[in-house]
Design a protein around this ligand. Sequence first.
Ligand code: SF4
Ligand code: SF4
Ligand code: SF4
Length: 294
Amino acid sequence: MKKIEEMIKKQVYDLLEKEEIKCFIGFEKGQLPFYSPPAFITEAGQIERLIWDDFCGANLSKYLLNAVVKPGEKIGLAAKGCDSRGILRLIQDNQVKRENLIILGVPCRGMKDVSNLTVEDNFNQLPTMEKCLACTNPNPVIYDFLLDEKVEANPQKRFLKVEEVEKLTLDDKYAFWSGEFEKCIRCYACRNICPACNCRSCYLEQHRVGWHGKAVELAENANYILTRAIHVAGRCIECGECERVCPAELSLSTINKKIIKDINSLFGEYNAGVNLEDKQPLCYYHSDDPDEFR
Ligand code: SF4
Ligand code: SF4
Ligand code: SF4
């Protein structure tokens, strides 16, 4: 990882020195151990802040949504597989232009999970993040420079939780999901981090139309979580960020992956945010499409 870090620093130094980018989005050392938050570097003299380690699990792509670029200006960023799918999502949704980006692609062996860290833990014992154990695309799908050898995907846990919930009786499913929805505190972190939630004007901010109640209780929480899930259906890139940032630890990936599993079985295997040219299954109608969605 040190080698990748050095390559990132060198590339970013050159790009900033030659004014080929106006800003680089990467990671830096956080104030806490095992914590590497996003970093925004605008001058070549700042590159020593940049790092690459086992805690660079956050998806950086959403920061592009509000990046202000004038014609001809570019933003640089480091992209693991999941970041690159987020970038593709934003390009496909016409929110970001490819020509405004310089992408340093980093094949990814999975990041460490610190969500249940205790004082006794040491670095070698830390498990891999859940989202990484379900990752179908650890290699960047779009990049200008590739900084390492590509790696094998091993999405052993992709639909594990979905299959567990599918086996429950209807009553038990209701109890499971009610318990999940009740935990939500409506902080909207799941929406804010999500590269597929990229509407400039979200329905949640429409105060007058009454589409969305503000009460933090089961029915309104379920309405919010399920509406968001449907809004990203067929577009979710499985980055797991919504679940990672949720302070209430809701099983949000289970909802998204259930929809993905159903789309795959109804319309054929499809991975969103992998191919710029693909036709998203829920955006097209064919006369032989299945007429039910369960
Ligand atoms: S989801 Fe995939 S690309 Fe993203 S951090 Fe995990 S293993 Fe890496
Ligand atoms: S991040 Fe979790 S608690 Fe916050 S709104 Fe989303 S589901 Fe609710
Ligand atoms: S819904 Fe969650 S897993 Fe899907 S793209 Fe958004 S943040 Fe990533």
